[in-house]
Design a protein around this ligand. Structure first.
Ligand code: SF4
Length: 275
């Protein structure tokens, strides 16, 4: 077994493995610190992360009952104010009233736990169960890309397997689950991804296979997809280049299945882990 028994998987660690086995090994098994910046313009990158964090915090404060005007008048950043206005206009349209912001659930997976930290769960007992994820990225991903992302796979799976306490003590039928990506920078454009029993069964097979593979493999090879190295903090260790990828290029079409936030330990700690 490569991992300690108390190792808890998340969408981030599984996405790292799916993107590059060596990155997973460096980050989670060898606990290698990151020796290089992810992007060329770290100041701008940090500014974008701070904006995202600020927006998530505002939405959380609103969902726990702070009046929106009080929140709005304290916003200094124009982008964040525009995002918050879009959220107030349509962010909760059609979202059931039974809302659980910034909720963590975990379920057993093989010999480990699988954990998901949700921006918002809205579950009507016996009715619809919505997973809402607030996105502040400049680009709206396609549904095809989002369906492949470990975030979609893990979040829907964890809610189906571990959401019973939100549903009167019985499991939430997968057909009632829907994941909604809500894009603040696009006036609340959404990508909606429904779920069903066949997909749940397929996800269970896939996730179990991934975890067993990680736990038993002897060698963690470097990815063949060099695009992934451009924004990876380990590229100097792997001899995959010294220059960081351009932040401006990250939005380019050929990188559209790469979520830059997955590369940033800081971002994960700020907006996913530190609720
Ligand atoms: S630099 Fe490339 S090969 Fe090395 S860990 Fe990062 S993605 Fe993998």
């Amino acid at each position: 077994m490569n991992l300690p028994e108390d190792f808890v998987f998340s969408q981030s660690s599984l996405q790292d493995y799916a993107d590059c086995a060596r990155r997973f090994e460096l980050k989670y098994i060898l606990n290698q610190r990151w020796p290089a910046p992810e992007v060329d313009d770290m100041l701008e990158f940090e500014r974008l992360m701070e904006q995202g964090q600020r927006f998530h915090h505002l939405v959380h404060q609103h969902l726990v009952g702070i009046p929106p005007q009080r929140l709005r008048e304290r916003i200094e950043d124009d982008d964040v104010r525009r995002w918050f206005d879009a959220y107030l206009k349509n962010g909760l349209a059609g979202v059931p009233d039974s809302r659980h912001p910034e909720t963590t659930l975990s379920v057993p997976l093989d010999d480990h736990l699988l954990l998901a930290k949700f921006d918002l769960l809205a579950v009507e007992p016996g009715g619809r169960a919505l997973i809402v994820d607030w996105k502040t990225s400049r680009r709206v991903a396609t549904s095809e890309v989002l369906l492949r992302r470990l975030q979609t796979i893990v979040y829907r799976y964890v809610l189906a397997r571990g959401g019973d306490y939100l549903n009167g003590g019985v499991p939430i039928p997968p057909e009632q689950i829907e994941m909604v990506y809500w894009y603040a920078d696009h006036d609340g454009e959404t990508r909606r991804l429904p779920y069903d029993a066949a997909q749940l069964a397929a996800d269970e097979v896939y996730l179990t296979r991934l975890v067993r593979e990680i736990d038993t493999r002897q060698v963690f090879p470097l990815t063949d997809d060099l695009r992934r190295c451009r924004y990876c903090v380990y590229r100097s260790l792997c001899d995959r280049g010294r220059e960081a990828g351009a932040l401006a290029d990250w939005d380019a079409d050929d990188l559209d299945d790469i979520d830059l936030t997955d590369f940033s330990l800081d971002f994960d700690q700020l907006t996913e882990i530190e609720f």
